[in-house]
Write a protein that binds this ligand. Structure first.
Ligand SMILES: Nc1ncnc2c1ncn2[C@@H]1O[C@H](COP(=O)(O)OP(=O)(O)OP(=O)(O)O)[C@@H](O)[C@H]1O
Ligand SMILES: [Mg+2]
Length: 394
């Protein structure tokens, strides 16, 4: 992936797609305008669209497993979880559309120049491990995005893979392979979003990948519980504490960490209730900064363990970090030490960490419009390659 500082668009040969991503952290909507006309995709423009406080609260409430409850005031009795779902579905679509329109303005383009928007939507529930009852649910009405932008929308990428027996996640590994084509030595990409996922890319081989567990979701939750602000900037608070080996061991007994791929997870599983349940007395008694330091180590250790089956292959593979956690200096430092390998931000490959997942959904939209599969069954465990998502014409 490269970023062109002086793009000359519209260009008749350009193949422009916009990826729209709001991940499990519900921190912002990342909008990435990419050109796929060359073998090496290019980022043309990026916009981080803030989510207004009301929508953030609504999405957080829906994403919590007790969707009818709230920390503050109870909902008005006439509004149930389905009403909340519908309201959030509409509002996120409106935010996405206005963000896209502003992104186009910034890039000096009209909607005519864009082939499609790949909208991930907000995951409000991901239950891949519910066996015969497994499901995954993203909201952000694609019909409304198409109506408000005049651009074709591709959306609902995960459910087809899940219907084909896959996890519906992670979808990023084949996109990572397209965005950061690996050299002969291969490449590992680690996405440090709310949840961490890794892609192991080797030339001429199907991509491998899996969710490894929490990246930021537990650190964010513990930070918000004890301090001002949604996250631990640069990992400074974690760095002020000391990781507690017994608590870390206790948390690592979580069966998800040892389970084989394919696997995926979310904050439905890794949340403060999980931490209190598994951490037991340590959570009550340790200084809060030591718990934060331990959670950072949990992210590092669970990633290292997930990569251990590729210990031999991964020697010499460059390790590329993306997602907001790539800005957490302490986390990056500890990952490099634990993996005993240099790690570098995706920015070094021309794509800022916050743009990678958005660019991946631009790529997924292009796959769908070109009639190409979006999933990697080698990652998700689906019965086969599938066209992912639905098309909502302009
Ligand atoms: N400067 C920073 N220092 C520490 N952490 C940061 C910084 N900037 C971002 N983060 C972390 O990154 C998180 C957001 O990352 P990102 O947007 O990649 O996650 P996400 O939206 O949950 O995506 P995903 O779906 O991939 O999990 C924030 O919640 C925060 O924890
Ligand atoms: Mg995000």
């Amino acid at each position: 992936m490269t970023t062109d500082p002086h793009p000359k668009y519209p260009d008749d040969n350009a193949e422009l797609f916009i990826g729209a991503m709001t991940g499990t952290s519900i921190d912002a909507l990342d909008l990435c305008l990419c050109d796929f006309s060359k073998p090496q995709p290019r980022l043309i423009a990026h916009r981080q669209e803030p989510l207004d406080a009301g929508l953030t609260a609504l999405l957080r409430r829906l994403a919590r497993t007790n969707g009818n409850e709230t920390d503050d005031a109870p909902p008005p009795p006439a509004v149930d979880a389905i009403d909340l779902f519908g309201m959030a579905d509409r509002q996120l679509a409106e935010t996405t559309a206005s963000g896209v329109n502003r992104l186009l303005e910034k890039a000096g383009l009209t909607n005519q120049a864009i082939r499609a928007i790949g909208s991930h939507g907000q995951t409000v529930r991901h239950r891949p491990d519910w066996q015969e009852a497994a499901f995954t649910l993203q909201l952000g009405d694609p019909s409304r995005i198409a109506e408000l932008t005049g651009i074709t929308v591709a959306a609902d990428f995960r459910r087809r893979d899940l219907a084909a027996g896959g996890q519906g996640a992670p979808l990023a590994p084949p996109a990572h392979a397209a965005l950061f084509p690996p050299g002969p030595e291969g490449r590992i990409v680690i996405n440090l979003g709310g949840i961490a996922n890794v892609s192991i890319l080797q030339p001429g081989r199907d991509p491998v990948g899996l969710d490894t567990g929490p990246a930021n979701t537990l650190m964010d939750a513990w930070h918000s519980h004890h301090r001002q602000g949604p996250f631990d900037r640069d990992g400074q608070w974690a760095a002020s504490g000391t990781a507690h080996p017994a608590l870390l061991d206790q948390l690592l007994t979580e069966p998800f960490f040892a389970a084989p791929a394919p696997k995926s997870t979310g904050p439905e599983h890794f949340n403060l209730d999980w931490l209190k349940r598994l951490g037991g007395k340590w959570i009550e008694t340790l200084p809060a900064e030591d718990v934060q330091a331990t959670l950072l180590e949990l992210t590092v250790e669970s990633i290292a363990r997930a990569l251990s089956p590729w210990q031999a292959e991964r020697s010499g593979m460059p390790i590329t970090l993306c997602g907001g956690g790539a800005y957490n200096g302490r986390l990056v430092e500890r990952l490099g030490e634990r993996l005993a390998a240099p790690v570098e931000s995706s920015a070094a490959l021309g794509l800022a960490p916050e743009c990678v997942e958005g660019a991946a959904f631009a790529w997924l939209a292009r796959q769908l419009l070109n009639g190409q599969p979006g999933n990697a069954p080698s990652v998700t465990g689906a019965a086969g390659p599938r066209l992912l998502g639905g098309i909502y014409p302009a």
